[in-house]
Design a protein around this ligand. Structure first.
Ligand code: COA
Length: 172
């Protein structure tokens, strides 16, 4: 959604934003986030700095998205998330805009594909679709229908098969 009432802006996350971003993620997801299987893939690994974006309005943080490097069956890929929007700011198009910015930047930097665990009806709005049954294995319990992927170039998902693991060696 964008229009004359859109006064928020998306910009790259800076070092000095990290504390506010982490507070937003903690507020939105709560302590339960540490128990999620996707969190296992982030543990001890830094997000891809060039793909972290925030939404700001009048100096206030409205939303954030980060991407983590992962490997899928030996192929480097990205994990999207956390994506978080302040609860009183939802439905303004911020979540979609944050993802679109990150996806375009990832594509322009030559990344292959993005994986996430989430609701297909929402993420299909930016092109994500469920992976074929049994094509990947996740480190920990996860609802398979929520493992979604987006190819950043034609045919990229052909190599997205196998075990999903924490950061590939040459994280960019
Ligand atoms: C999910 C979230 C990021 C969406 O942010 P947002 O800025 O409100 O999203 P947008 O404004 O871009 O899109 C809103 C639209 O998506 C829809 N939508 C939101 N969450 C949805 C979901 N889980 N399933 C289906 N549709 C969803 C809304 O109904 C709305 O539809 P409309 O445009 O037809 O009115 C936000 O609700 C949030 O932070 N939720 C809690 C954290 C979370 O679940 N994060 C995702 C998991 S990593």
């Amino acid at each position: 959604m964008s229009g004359i009432d859109q006064t928020w802006k998306i910009r790259p996350e800076r070092t000095e934003d990290a504390e506010a971003v982490e507070a937003l993620v903690a507020k939105v997801f709560g302590p339960g986030r540490f128990a999620k299987s996707a969190y296992r893939l982030r543990e001890g690994v830094e997000p891809v700095a060039a793909l972290s974006y925030i939404a700001v309005e009048n100096g206030a943080l409205r939303g954030s998205v980060r991407f983590w490097p992962i490997g899928v069956g030996g192929t480097p890929a990205l994990l999207l998330g956390p994506l978080a929007v302040e609860s009183d700011q939802r439905g303004r198009g911020i979540g979609i805009a944050l993802m679109q910015e990150g996806i375009e930047e990832a594509r322009s930097r030559g990344h292959t594909a993005i994986i996430l665990v989430g609701d297909e009806p929402y993420y299909s709005r930016v092109g994500f679709a469920a992976l074929p049954e049994e094509s990947v294995t996740f480190p920990g319990p996860v609802d398979r229908s929520r493992i979604l992927a987006l190819a950043l170039f034609d045919g990229a998902l052909d190599s997205i098969k196998g075990e999903i693991v924490r950061a590939y060696p040459a994280a960019a």
